[in-house]
Design a protein around this ligand. Structure first.
Ligand code: 5GP
Length: 119
C-alpha cells in the first residue's frame, strides 16, 4: 500500500526541498541527503510506486523507459557516465528499503569497491 506521506511523495509535491539534478514528465532526480559517494543521486518515478516490484507490475512502458533513460542522463549530468557508476534499488525488508517510494541510487565519483559487504 502506497503511503502518500512518504518523504519522496512530499518532495514530489514540493513540500520538502531537494537539490534537483534532472526532471522530465515521468521522473525526478535529486541529490541524496546523506551521500555515500562523491556522486549519490536518487532517481524516482513521479507515479505512486512503492518499489520495483510494484513499478514492474503497474507502470506503463513509457514510465519504465523514462526511468531507465533518466538514470543514464543523471550519470551523464554528474560526469560519471564514462568513468563508471553503480545503480542500486533496495526493495523490501531484506534490502533495508527505508523509503517506500521506488528510488534508484546512482553512485560514482570514486572506485566503489565490492558490490556487497562480505559476511
Ligand atoms: P533506501 O535505504 O530506501 O534505499 O534509501 C533511501 C535514501 O533516501 C537514503 O540514501 C537516504 O539518505 C535518502 N533520504 C532520506 N530522506 C531524504 C530526504 O529528505 N531528502 C533526500 N534528498 N534524501 C533522503
Amino acid at each position: 500500500m502506497y503511503d502518500d506521506n512518504n518523504i519522496f511523495a512530499r518532495i514530489l509535491r514540493g513540500e520538502i526541498p531537494c537539490k534537483k539534478v534532472y526532471e522530465d514528465d515521468h521522473t525526478l532526480a535529486f541529490e541524496d541527503i546523506n551521500p555515500e559517494a562523491p556522486v549519490h543521486t536518487l532517481v524516482i518515478p513521479k507515479g505512486k510506486y512503492t518499489s520495483l516490484k510494484d513499478f514492474a507490475a503497474k507502470a506503463s512502458d513509457g514510465e519504465i523507459g523514462a526511468l531507465v533513460r533518466a538514470v543514464n542522463k543523471v550519470a551523464e549530468l554528474k560526469g560519471v557516465k564514462d568513468s563508471g557508476f553503480r545503480i542500486l534499488s533496495n526493495a523490501g525488508a531484506d534490502a533495508h528499503q527505508t523509503v517506500e517510494h521506488l528510488h534508484i541510487h546512482v553512485f560514482g565519483g570514486r572506485v566503489l569497491g565490492p558490490m556487497l559487504v562480505k559476511k
